[in-house]
Design a protein around this ligand. Structure first.
Ligand code: 8YV
Length: 328
């Protein structure tokens, strides 16, 4: 007797090759429009599916999960962050969650360095100057940014991505400092020549560049509060390729306007896709539309991970990227 294939509902378009494989392996329902699901559509999906494949644009919260049908056993998220999923309710309802860690580490670290470089060397301002036709030629005092070499980088969250950022930043001659829930393994500290700061406040007040690389959890919501942001030196820049919610965006906008910090590079926002209007018109702020992991290779690898997680689960085993609350 052939086993019935599980109904897998995917909320967004994935790379073609991934969708094709999913259609072969599962009874797969795709969202061909690629428009994010409304809450109503999400509820309809959890009522029916055996497996839901959401992305960061789906809020799989307690309200949605309360309506889940008895068949929903796995949420195989397409992405690493799981702050869009209510982990506690999933545990209570016996729903397994998986994510796609590891495969977007290098791409996100590349984007972090891109933002650090773009802000400190004023790349987007330079592009704007050329495009506007207003560039009048080289000048000894024109378009001066700040040297990175020899400066201090403070990384908030020294997980995979934080470490990949540190490796790159070392190559640029930055010294590496970090704040994390706990110290990383001494071998990693040695390799990165990294200094651990137990006190985030103390680290913030001494850095030239801050990179946010921690996940968004209840404990890190507005970790960079107005009070903490004020500890930054007026020469400091801050970049965020993690989650907007880790920084109090309004407070950051106020600091930028007042000239109390030198600049910011943000790939993520508190209320995506809305961007705080106060951040839009500052030349020393570089804004990107959540594209830290947006590479062709990365998206394919993420899709592969989703498939392996679903297949392993359906075959009755623990999926390799199972997420448990204690990880966050
Ligand atoms: C993903 C991300 O591409 O993986 C994450 O946590 O933030 C992204 O860069 C996105 O979440 C897709 O779901």
């Amino acid at each position: 007797m052939t086993q019935k294939k599980p109904l897998v509902i995917v909320t967004r378009r994935l790379p073609d090759a991934i969708e094709t494989r999913m259609m072969e392996l599962f009874d797969c329902r795709l969202n061909l429009d690629d428009k994010p699901f409304s809450q109503k559509e999400l509820i309809a999906a959890v009522k029916e599916a055996d497996v839901l494949v959401p992305t960061v644009t789906d809020r799989v919260d307690a309200g949605v999960l309360a309506q889940a049908g008895p068949n929903l056993r796995l949420i195989a998220s397409f992405g690493t962050g799981v702050d869009h999923i209510d982990l506690k309710t999933c545990r209570q309802r016996g729903i397994t969650i998986t994510n796609t860690p590891g495969v977007l580490t290098e791409d996100t670290a590349d984007m972090t360095l891109s933002l650090i470089l773009a802000v400190s060397r004023r790349l987007t301002e330079g592009v704007k100057l050329i495009r506007s036709g207003e560039w009048t030629g080289w000048s000894p005092t024109g378009m001066l940014g700040h040297r990175l070499y020899g400066k201090r980088l403070g990384i908030i969250g020294m997980g995979r991505i934080g470490q990949a950022v540190a490796r790159r930043a070392k190559g640029f001659g930055l010294s590496i400092h970090y704040h994390n829930r706990r110290k990383v393994h001494p071998d990693i500290e040695d390799e990165l020549e990294a200094t651990y700061w137990e006190s985030l406040d103390q680290m913030l007040s001494r850095m030239d560049v801050i990179s946010v690389n921690c996940p968004h959890t209840p404990a890190t919501f507005h970790l960079l509060s107005s009070r903490r942001l004020k500890l930054l030196s007026e020469r400091a820049i801050i970049v965020n390729t993690s989650r907007g919610e880790v920084i109090d965006e309004n407070a950051l906008a106020r600091l930028i306007k007042a000239g109390d910090i030198a600049g910011a590079g943000l790939d993520v926002f508190e209320k995506e896709p809305a961007v705080n209007p106060k951040l839009l018109n500052s030349d020393n702020v570089v804004l990107l539309p959540h594209m830290g992991s947006a590479t062709i290779e990365g998206r394919y690898d993420m899709g592969e991970k989703v498939i392996i997680n679903i297949k392993t689960f359906v075959d009755g085993h623990t999926p390799p990227d199972r997420v448990v609350e204690a990880m966050f």
